[in-house]
Each structure stands twice: as structure tokens, then as C-alpha cells.
Design a protein around this ligand. Structure first.
Ligand SMILES: [Zn+2]
Length: 130
């Protein structure tokens, strides 16, 4: 899997972090950093990638336009993730493309949803299914 490295917030011409008026304004910056790929399933999409909120935007309004809360997602992964709330208690119940090496966890093949690697132990497979 390609590394999902979003790095620090983009900087404007005055040297300040870009202030996104709408979260969708972050899309070109994310594509510039991450390429036109879904951060979760790695599908290449020349159009239709959405700005994905790691924390659902409805639950944490302060994070709606926060760079550190953004990834890119295809429509399928975006709807599958839905509005799951991520907190300190369940953070490690998932493998995250910007934190974990998901190449170790999933097998990515063309035209197929990522498959869970059979080399994982039972607990790791449960996290991968999440
Ligand atoms: Zn996807």
C-alpha cells in the first residue's frame, strides 16, 4: 500500500495554516498530498473522491474543517464507515490507513475489495474486519 502521509496542514501565502471555509475545500490539497486514491481501499478514482472525516463531522463539529481529521474516500468506503465515532476506547479496534501499515493487514488486488491477510492472528483479523 502506498503510505498515507497527509503531513501538517497546508500553508497559505502568508505562512499560516489554510483555513478551510468548507471541508470540501481541502480536497485538492488532499489529492495533492495523497494522490487520487481512496485512503482505505486504494482504488484510483480520477473523480468522485470525498473528503473523509476520521471523526464523523456530525459528532465533532470542531473537527469538521480540521486538517488532521481528513482523509480521502471512495463512495463505497465512505458509506461503509458511516458515522462510527472514534475515541480513545475504540481507536485500536480499527486499522487506520494514516497510522497503521495496512499493507500488512490487507491484500489489495485489482477490481476486488481488500482481503484480510490470512497471516493475522484471530484478534488481528477481528480488528481488520472492523
Ligand atoms: Zn475505498
Amino acid at each position: 500500500m502506498r503510505p498515507v502521509k497527509r503531513d501538517d496542514a497546508p500553508i497559505d501565502s502568508d505562512g499560516n495554516p489554510v483555513n478551510f471555509k468548507k471541508y470540501g475545500d481541502a480536497r485538492p490539497y488532499l489529492i495533492n498530498r495523497l494522490g487520487q486514491y481512496c485512503s482505505y481501499c486504494e482504488i484510483w478514482l480520477p473523480m468522485g473522491l470525498a473528503v473523509e472525516h476520521i471523526q464523523p463531522k456530525g459528532n465533532e463539529t470542531a473537527l469538521e474543517k480540521e486538517w488532521s481529521n481528513f482523509l480521502l474516500s471512495c463512495p463505497s468506503c465512505n458509506s461503509r464507515k458511516g458515522k462510527k465515532v472514534v475515541n480513545a476506547e475504540n481507536l485500536h479496534d480499527y486499522y487506520w490507513p494514516h497510522c497503521d501499515n495496512t499493507f500488512r493487514v490487507f491484500i489489495y488486488e485489482n477490481d476486488r475489495a481488500p482481503q484480510i491477510a490470512k497471516s493475522l492472528n484471530e484478534a488481528q483479523q477481528r480488528i481488520a474486519r472492523n
